[in-house]
Design a binder for this molecule. Structure first.
Ligand code: PBG
Length: 327
């Protein structure tokens, strides 16, 4: 039959398919989260996140070393302090677990690029992302504490801070705190568009940060909304954010695409704990092919517009890139 357009022609061999790929993926775009637990000698698998570990600062070189060997040298650090209190004071302690962790990562490998999650929920006894005034989170008071956390991370030597609390005005406040303390070169990667999501469940059990009462809906976004995402992103751009995060990722590809097309900053997608653990659980049950689903979901997030992907699968994805299965 006579036919001038045959799209199958360009799919006829692997060498040709690779030549005409529209989305390219590189290991430089991957960020690997690490959970640092206060103490020593700790390297324990997180029950809700198979394949991810709690590590103490003295054993962090094992995780960092392996990850860098596989080609992933950007990390985002989360902390599990031994003590939590009302105002999350272990979060801004210069000898705190993340601060120790930053120094340990840099000691393990000075080339490691260290981003820190800046939030209060891992450090507060009530598990909320801010300072409480009665039963509500006091926005403006929280900003002062977030600034203290960010400054303390910067003093410990982090390369970038990532505020994830969703308080109003925190990027502006943190930017000016960093600037006035000699950290004008530390970029702010803002969790600009962060939804109140059930996909964070495994993470919250990993860091024991489930709110003691209520939920996070008064600060994190309602998943019915997308225009609000543009408003949040625009505010963070105005306040000096350097990179915009959209979180979660897979159920929010429309948002990733909208943020990418409306703003000219790099966009990071955070493929969160629930997205990771669902793949792990379904694969363990024999329902899906873990490797295939991992590769496909990651590439599709880049196709949607992500420039950076924060993912628990980062080292495995780097291996998939090395094998030429994606990339
Ligand atoms: C801290 C924070 C959370 C995540 C990243 N930073 C938890 C939350 O907001 O409840 C979630 C990460 C994940 O689920 O993988 N606020």
């Amino acid at each position: 039959m006579e036919m001038s357009n045959r799209p199958r022609r360009l799919r006829s061999s692997a060498v040709l398919r690779k030549m005409v790929r529209e989305t390219r993926v590189s290991k430089d775009q991957l960020v690997y989260p690490i959970f640092i637990k206060e103490g020593s000698g700790i390297y324990t698998e997180i029950p809700s996140m198979p394949g991810q570990y709690h590590v103490s600062p003295d054993r962090i070189d094992e995780v960092v070393g392996r990850s860098i060997e596989q080609g992933v040298s950007r990390f985002i650090l989360f902390g599990l302090p031994a003590e939590k209190d009302e105002c999350g004071s272990s979060g801004f302690d210069d000898g705190g677990v993340v601060q120790e962790g930053i120094r340990a990562v840099k000691r393990a490998n000075p080339d490691a690029y260290v981003i820190t999650d800046v939030c209060m929920c891992e450090y507060t006894s009530h598990g909320h992302c801010g300072i409480l005034s009665g039963q509500t989170v006091d926005n403006d008071l929280t900003l002062e504490y977030l600034d203290k956390i960010a400054l303390s991370h910067a003093r410990a030597g982090c390369d970038m801070v990532a505020p994830s609390d969703m308080m109003d005005g925190r990027v502006e406040s943190m930017r000016s705190a960093l600037d006035s303390s000699g950290f004008a070169d530390v970029p702010v990667m803002s969790y600009a568009v962060k939804y109140a999501s059930s996909f964070y469940g495994p993470f919250r059990s990993a860091v024991d940060s489930t709110p003691a009462f209520g939920d996070r809906k008064t600060y994190q976004m309602d998943y019915h909304n997308s225009r609000e995402a543009m408003r949040e992103a625009a505010l963070d751009v105005d306040q000096g954010a350097d990179i915009l995060i959209v979180k979660p990722a897979l159920a929010y590809m429309d948002i990733i695409r909208d943020v990418k097309s409306s703003f000219d900053l790099p966009v990071a997608a955070y493929c969160v704990s629930g997205e990771y653990s669902m793949v792990k659980a379904a694969a363990a049950a024999g329902f899906i092919d873990e490797y295939g689903v991992m590769c496909e979901s990651a590439v599709c997030l880049f196709r949607a517009g992500a420039d950076i992907l924060i993912t628990y699968f980062a080292p495995e994805l780097a291996q998939a890139i090395d094998r030429g299965d994606i990339g």
